[in-house]
Design a protein around this ligand. Sequence first.
Ligand SMILES: Nc1ncnc2c1ncn2[C@@H]1O[C@H](COP(=O)(O)OP(=O)(O)OP(=O)(O)O)[C@@H](O)[C@H]1O
Length: 344
Amino acid sequence: MTGLSVTDLHAAHGRSPVLHGIDLTVPDGALACVLGPSGCGKSTLLRVLAGFHPAAAGQVELHGRVLDDGRSRLAAEHRGIGLVPQDGALFPHLSVAANIGFGLPRSQRRARVGELLDLVGLPGLGDRRPHQLSGGQQQRVALARALAPRPRLLLLDEPFAALDAALRAELRREVAATLRQSGTTAVLVTHDQDEALSFADTIAVLRHGRIAQSGTPDELYHRPADPAVATVLGEANLIPAKVAGAEALTPFGPLPLLESAPALRTGPALLRPGQLRLTAEPVAGTVPAKVLGSDFRGHDHRVELRPEAAGLPDVLIASSDRPWPVGGEAHVSALGPIHLLPEA
Ligand SMILES: Nc1ncnc2c1ncn2[C@@H]1O[C@H](COP(=O)(O)OP(=O)(O)OP(=O)(O)O)[C@@H](O)[C@H]1O
């Protein structure tokens, strides 16, 4: 069943159009992510969904009920939509329990607040004030407060942006688990591709107020529609390729194709850093390269290389399980399958 359905949605700030025909479908209970750079219209989209900003045209529907069709709109307080803002926006003078129970009928408050404190992993902290909590705990309270009235849709506006990297990763895992446990349909907006890839069942890439592509994280990462989407989802090496039978001819030799019947015959092929292998000695099919940089990232080393072969980009990015001496030589080979993209 469809939870949220957005059709040909347009919105503007004054006379400046910001959203130019957004189509977005989020199945009931699914977690969706809208990924895009600053200024592409993410917050405007969330505000239209929440009912704080009017649609200029198009339609927003939640569980079959029209919320806005560009002419009439349902007031924000009647939409059953929760919002977790970037900074949590807790009431500083109220306890954690009072923050969570703020919008609830008095009779339900105690039981529901206790349930939510357990759900977000903060049992026993109901009497504290927000300033007595860490940043991550405050965001969990903001999530609990948004979930308290059992919203039909939860909107999350870069809710982890202010947290440090380790806590951000941990909290988004917890939040995704909490939302799945409560069966809540949710839309998260972010400019962080790791967040989108790890959080969502479906990702929509927003570019200049238009959805450039939507699909599962796996589809978008491995089969982006164009070079710009490829880059938004993570580091991308784009190398020239030409289809020949079941393979593509590339400067790394013939490589198998991801699609059995590719739509394109030539074009840049996508190789993620993990698809490049480095060896100290040349072997069949390797391309020599100079090591420009080697950075340890915990789980791997990001190696920047300048290939010494015609037809390749100036810089290649590889992922390696060991560091490579900067200024030294490495030999690069590529692993298929590869996916062809239209020219940028
Ligand atoms: N209140 C406003 N009045 C006029 N223009 C606005 C207003 N709010 C946003 N805009 C413009 O609309 C466009 C989209 O802004 P929006 O805040 O939706 O983008 P965003 O993707 O959420 O950006 P960020 O990630 O930086 O928050 C931008 O060009 C912005 O300057």
